[in-house]
Design a binder for this molecule. Structure first.
Ligand code: NAD
Ligand code: TYD
Length: 329
């Protein structure tokens, strides 16, 4: 099978490319190489690569030629950046998704749209993880744009009969995640003795999903999922501040680095999803956050400074200033 992986130079996309190539599949990557895209993430993996925008029909047509299916990872992905500037999120996460759907429609390709558990919004403390039929109730411009892409998928399935489906993964962790997100930001700051900016009381809860388990789930959906369906991919639920304590232990950094700063506007307190439906397709996660998963991830950042140190200059510095300077002042 030849698969078009859009956003394949980013965090999860690059793991997915490795995953498919490791199983003998043929992969072409289409990636715009935004600040989050990094060709080095694909070093040593055999693949074809095209630099381009998923919102550009000509680029999608070039990349899609000869492929059997599309898996769309390409997105603007960071909630805090969506609060600083939402427009880019609409262009890629909504319009880009629609351009890919048009391509899938006219060329009869299967499309897996990689989405997020954030589309459900806050899940009340103590409530069970929500199933796929729970209402979409987005809080941030990021999750709203992801939901916009999802709704286009459902519309194309219903109106044009496109063979498309959705995955909704939990917060994902592992090597090569851009250090704006919580875990790599806190791990790398802890290594450098920099402040760890905990939003608000730090009692927000997220489910942590290892990137390899996320890729397994997406592959199962690609091979066995039904058109028009969504599949949750859950992780292990932990309170943010508990995770920060574990990072301090693993990096042997001082607890004095922890700073409770002004909260993120609209911050969801808790995400929790039920992935029985994906388990029905055979999904069985192999990684435990507490028994090895987080520890191995911290070790990877410790051993691969040459990957993240160059990122933390230039564009990243400007972003960091605008997001944290006032909060940490
Ligand atoms: P990332 O930010 O690390 O990478 C995104 C990639 O998409 C980059 O390589 C970037 O260059 C590329 N890209 C951005 N705009 C593009 C465009 N217009 N055309 C082509 N390429 C473009 O993202 P990630 O964390 O790997 O997330 C991948 C997908 O998984 C996203 O759709 C995200 O919403 C979803 N997701 C992420 C998480 C998570 O915790 N990281 C959890 C659930 C779902
Ligand atoms: P993040 O990685 O941005 O993912 P999400 O899309 O779930 O918001 O953040 C994960 C959690 O960590 C979330 O509750 C916000 C919190 N957080 C902080 O407390 N400080 C930070 O600097 C960042 C980036 C996140």
């Amino acid at each position: 099978m030849r698969v078009l992986v859009t956003g394949g130079a980013g965090f999860i996309g690059s793991h997915f490319v490795r995953h498919l190539v490791g199983k003998g599949e043929d992969v072409v990557v289409l990636d715009k190489l935004t600040y989050a895209g990094n060709r080095a993430n694909l070093d040593g993996v055999e693949h074809d690569f095209l630099e381009g925008d998923i919102a550009d029909p000509a680029a999608v047509a070039r990349a899609g030629k000869g492929c059997d299916a599309i898996v769309n990872f390409a997105a603007e992905t960071h909630v805090d950046r969506s609060i600083l500037g939402p427009a880019e999120f609409i262009l890629t996460d909504v319009l880009g998704a629609q351009v890919l759907l048009d391509y899938a429609r006219h060329n009869e390709k299967r499309l897996v749209h990689v989405s997020t558990d954030e589309v459900y919004g806050d899940i009340p403390l103590g409530a069970p993880g929500c199933t796929e039929d729970a209402p979409i109730r987005t809080s941030s411009p990021y999750s709203a744009s992801k939901a916009g892409g999802e709704l286009q998928v459902l519309a194309y399935v219903r109106t044009f009969g496109v063979d498309a489906l959705i995955t909704r993964g939990a917060n994902t962790y592992g090597p090569r995640q851009y250090p704006e997100k919580f875990l790599p930001l806190f791990i790398t700051n802890a290594f450098d003795g920099l402040p760890l900016p905990v939003y608000g009381d730090g009692k927000q809860r997220r489910e942590w999903l290892h990137v390899a388990d996320h890729c397994d789930g997406i592959e199962l959906a690609l091979r066995g999922g039904a058109a028009g369906e969504a599949y949750n991919i859950s992780g292990q639920e932990r309170e943010n501040i508990e995770v920060v304590r574990r990072i301090l232990d693993l990096t042997q950094a001082s607890p004095d680095l922890v700073r409770h700063v002004e909260d993120r506007p609209g911050h969801d307190r808790r995400y929790a999803v039920d992935s029985s439906k994906l388990r029905g397709l055979g999904w069985a996660p192999q990684h435990s956050f507490d028994a090895g998963g987080l520890e191995e991830t911290v070790a990877w950042y410790g051993e691969n400074r040459e990957w993240w140190e160059p990122i933390k200059s230039g564009e990243y510095k400007r972003y960091y200033e605008s997001q944290y300077a006032a909060r940490l002042a």
